[in-house]
Design a protein around this ligand. Structure first.
Ligand SMILES: Cc1cc2nc3c(=O)[nH]c(=O)nc-3n(C[C@H](O)[C@H](O)[C@H](O)COP(=O)(O)OP(=O)(O)OC[C@H]3O[C@@H](n4cnc5c(N)ncnc54)[C@H](O)[C@@H]3O)c2cc1C
Ligand code: SF4
Length: 503
C-alpha cells in the first residue's frame, strides 16, 4: 500500500456512497463484497515522522458508513466468536451502516469498556477480523471488514458529541476493594467493582495512571487524552487513585487486607521487566531496554527537549533489536526524537514478525530500514564506553521450532559491523516481581506469573490477579477480559459477605 492523502480517500468514499444511495433495490451480498475496503486516513509519513501526533487520523462518516456496509450480517458470526470480550459486532456494524452511531457505541460498551483504546491498539487481524466472512470470500484477511477502525470511529464520535454517559452506580455497600496497578486490567476492575457500589482505591507505582497505555504505547498510536478521559470517568464515579504508591514497598499486600481493612484486592501489576540479549557490550552507554527508552520518551516527556527533567540520550544512528510492536514503537519513537537512521534488526523474516502489519507498514513509510535474518552478536564501545558499532551475524531459516515459526540458524563466518551509536533491546518483558517477592504465600509459576484459577483467584484468600502479571506480556483486550472476570468474582464474593452480614 502506498500512502494516499486523506482528502482523496474521503472524496472516493463520498462518491461511492452517493452512487449506492441512488439504488432502489436492497444490497445483495455480492454488492457488499464489491465495496472497496476503506483505508485508514493518516498523516503524511514525511511530516508525521517528526511529530508525536496520532498517525492514523480516523474514518470520516462516509467512510465509516461505507465500511460498515461491507458486513454481510452473517448468521454464524465468526467475528464475535473470535473477539476476546465477545462484542456483538454485526449489530454495532448495522447501526453504523444506518448512520446511528450512538446506538453503535452503546452496543459495544455492553461488553467492552474502552472502545476508543481497543479500536486503536487491538490486534484485530488475529482476532475478530481473522475469520471474517468478507476476508474469507475475498481470500485475503486484510480485506476483512475493518471492525477495529469502526469501533474507534464510533468511540471518537461519542467523545466529540460530548454524549459519553457515566455508568450507574448502585447504593454504597460499605465494602472496600484495593486495586494494584492502573493498566487496562486494573481500570476495568475499578469500573466493574465500583458499579456494584463498593468503595474502590487504585494504587499505582508511577506518578501517572494508565500502565503501558501511558508509559509504553506512544502518543502517535494512542494519544494520552484518550487514556485521561477513561480515568476521568472513573474519578467521576468515585474511584480513588493513589499514585507513587508501590505495593510491596510503600505497603505490603498482606497489610492491605489485615491492617487497612480492604475486603478484596486485585493485582494487575503487568509485565514491565525488560529482557536483555545477554551479549557483550549490553552495559555500554547508549544501550537501552525498549521499556526504559519508551518510558523516558512517553512518561518523562523526553521529546519536550527544553523542558524534560530527564533528557534522553541524543542518537544519530539507532539499531532496535526485535520484531514485535514494542520494537516498532521504539524505532518510530527514536526517529521522532531526532535519529537520522533507524534499523530494526530481526533474526527471522518479515513473515514471522509478531508486530502488527499496519505498524510495520507505517514504520517503513516513515523511513525505518528492516534488516531481516540478522542479529546482534556483540556491541562495541569507544574509549568513553559509549556505543560505537554493533557486530551482527546473518541467519537463514531452518526447521520450525516449538512456536511453529521456522528457527533462525546462524550462517558461520557471516559477521559484519553496523555503524550505530544507540542500541534498543526490544526482545520481550518478564513479569514485575516486587509483589510476589514481598508476598511469600502468593503462588507464581517459573516465569514469575501469578497463578490463578478460572475466576482469577490467586493462592491467597480475597486476592485476585489478571492481565500481563498472569498471562505474561499479552494484549490490552486480554488484560481487560481478565479484569472483567476478576471483577465478577470479587463482586460475587462481596455479595456473599453482605448476605452473611444480613442473616
Ligand atoms: C511498547 C508496548 C507496546 C504495546 N502495544 C500493544 C498494542 O498495540 N496492542 C495491544 O493490545 N497491546 C500492546 N502492548 C501490550 C499491552 O499494553 C499490555 O498487554 C497491557 O497493557 C497489560 O495490561 P495490565 O493491566 O496487565 O498491565 P500494565 O499495562 O503493564 O499496567 C500495570 C501497572 O501496574 C503498575 N505497577 C507495577 N507494579 C506495581 C506495584 N508494586 N505497586 C503499584 N503499581 C504497580 C505499573 O506501574 C503499571 O502502571 C504493548 C506493550 C508495550 C510495552
Ligand atoms: S464475520 Fe465479518 S461479515 Fe460476518 S458478521 Fe462478522 S464482520 Fe460481518
Amino acid at each position: 500500500m502506498t500512502y494516499i492523502e486523506s482528502s482523496t480517500l474521503t472524496a472516493i468514499a463520498k462518491d461511492y456512497l452517493e452512487e449506492l444511495k441512488k439504488r432502489n433495490d436492497p444490497l445483495k451480498a455480492r454488492d457488499r463484497l464489491k465495496i472497496p475496503l476503506q483505508e485508514m486516513p493518516s498523516q503524511d509519513p514525511h511530516i508525521r515522522a517528526k511529530n508525536l501526533e496520532e498517525v492514523a487520523t480516523g474514518y470520516t462518516e462516509e467512510q465509516a458508513i461505507l465500511e460498515a456496509m461491507r458486513c454481510l450480517q452473517c448468521p454464524k458470526e465468526m467475528c464475535v466468536h473470535d473477539c476476546p470480550v465477545m462484542v456483538n459486532i454485526p449489530v454495532f456494524l448495522k447501526y453504523i451502516a444506518d448512520g446511528d452511531f450512538q446506538s453503535a457505541v452503546d452496543e459495544i460498551k455492553k461488553t467492552s469498556l474502552l472502545p476508543a483504546i481497543c479500536g486503536r491498539v487491538c490486534p484485530q487481524e488475529v482476532q475478530c477480523q481473522l475469520n471474517c466472512t468478507v476476508g474469507k470470500s475475498l481470500k485475503d484477511v486484510d480485506q476483512a471488514v475493518s471492525i477495529g477502525r469502526l469501533e474507534r470511529f464510533v468511540a471518537d464520535w461519542e467523545r466529540k458529541q460530548g454524549t459519553v454517559k457515566l455508568p450507574e452506580i448502585k447504593p454504597e455497600t460499605g465494602k472496600k476493594v484495593a486495586i494494584v496497578g492502573s493498566g487496562p486490567a486494573g481500570l476495568v476492575v475499578a469500573a466493574d467493582v465500583r458499579r456494584e457500589g463498593h468503595e474502590v482505591t487504585l494504587f499505582e507505582a508511577f506518578h501517572k495512571l494508565g500502565g503501558v497505555m501511558r508509559y509504553g504505547i506512544p502518543e502517535f498510536r494512542l494519544p494520552n487524552d484518550i487514556v485521561d478521559e477513561e480515568i476521568e470517568t472513573l474519578k467521576k464515579i468515585g474511584v480513588k487513585f493513589q499514585t507513587n504508591f508501590v505495593v510491596g514497598r510503600t505497603r505490603k499486600l498482606h497489610d492491605l487486607i489485615t491492617k487497612d481493612g480492604y475486603d478484596a484486592v486485585f493485582v494487575g501489576t503487568g509485565a514491565g521487566l525488560p529482557l536483555f540479549m545477554g551479549i557483550e557490550g549490553e552495559n555500554l552507554v547508549g544501550v537501552f531496554s525498549a521499556n526504559e527508552y519508551l518510558t523516558r520518551a512517553n512518561l518523562m516527556r523526553a521529546f519536550e527537549k527544553d523542558k524534560a527533567a530527564t533528557p534522553i540520550y541524543s542518537s544519530k544512528r539507532v539499531a532496535v533489536l526485535g520484531g514485535g510492536n514494542v520494537a516498532m514503537d521504539a524505532a518510530r519513537m527514536s526517529l521522532r526524537l531526532g535519529a537520522e537512521k533507524v534499523y530494526v534488526v530481526y533474526r527471522r523474516t518479515e513473515v514471522e514478525m509478531p508486530a502488527r502489519k499496519e505498524e510495520v507498514q507505517h514504520a517503513k513509510e516513515e523511513g525505518i530500514e528492516f534488516l531481516f535474518l540478522q542479529n546482534a552478536k556483540r556491541i562495541l564501545g569507544d574509549e568513553k564506553s559509549r556505543v560505537k558499532a554493533m557486530e551482527c551475524l546473518r541467519y537463514e531459516l531452518g526447521e520450525p521450532d516449538s512456536s511453529g515459526r521456522r528457527r533462525p540458524v546462524v550462517i558461520p563466518d557471516s559477521e559484519f559491523l553496523l555503524d550505530v551509536d544507540t542500541v534498543i533491546v526490544a526482545i520481550g518483558n518478564g513479569s514485575n516481581p516486587l509483589v510476589s517477592q514481598t508476598t511469600p504465600d502468593l503462588k507464581v509459576n517459573r516465569w514469575g506469573n501469578i497463578i490463578v484459577d478460572d475466576n482469577q483467584k490467586t493462592s491467597m484468600e480475597r486476592v485476585f490477579a489478571g492481565g500481563d502479571i498472569v498471562l505474561g506480556a499479552a494484549t490490552v483486550i486480554l488484560a481487560m477480559g481478565e479484569g472483567r472476570r476478576a471483577a465478577k468474582a470479587i463482586n460475587d464474593l462481596l455479595a456473599e459477605d453482605l448476605k452473611k452480614n444480613q442473616s
